[in-house]
Write a protein that binds this ligand. Structure first.
Ligand SMILES: [Zn+2]
Length: 122
């Protein structure tokens, strides 16, 4: 499958992971400014903010996870979680949809947006 798209939960999770790394890098960067206490403090606080932000994102993932629907992927037969009307399989990137109307259509994230659903209803 040539879908250049990863499952939403996976995407958010890697974003949170990136935030943690960014936080550590920034905090580590602070060590280079040892002579300047104020600068070092700024770096440390900045790093801490990144790490706190990732905690928030992880919390958000937890909230989102309660709204996901567990489905069995028709392609690889593994249970995967999906969010919204369209998503992709966490394992094989198979596009999945809950809406029979969208079945067989080319995968597009726009089907998840509120704007699109409104247009469709009218
Ligand atoms: Zn799959």
């Amino acid at each position: 499958m040539g879908v250049k798209y990863s499952s939403k939960i996976n995407k958010i999770r890697s974003f949170a992971l990136a935030l943690i790394f960014a936080g550590f890098i920034v905090m580590y960067g602070g060590i280079f400014f040892r002579e300047n206490v104020i600068l070092m403090t700024i770096f440390m606080i900045l790093g801490l903010i990144f790490i706190l932000a990732s905690t928030v994102v992880y919390f958000w993932i937890g909230m989102l996870s309660t709204r996901t629907i567990q489905v069995v992927c028709p392609s690889c037969q593994k249970p995967t979680k999906m969010l919204g009307r369209v998503d992709v399989c966490m394992y094989c990137k198979e596009p999945l949809t809950l809406d029979p109307e969208l079945e067989g259509k080319e995968f597009d994230e726009k089907y998840n947006s509120k704007k699109y659903s409104k247009v469709e209803k009218s």
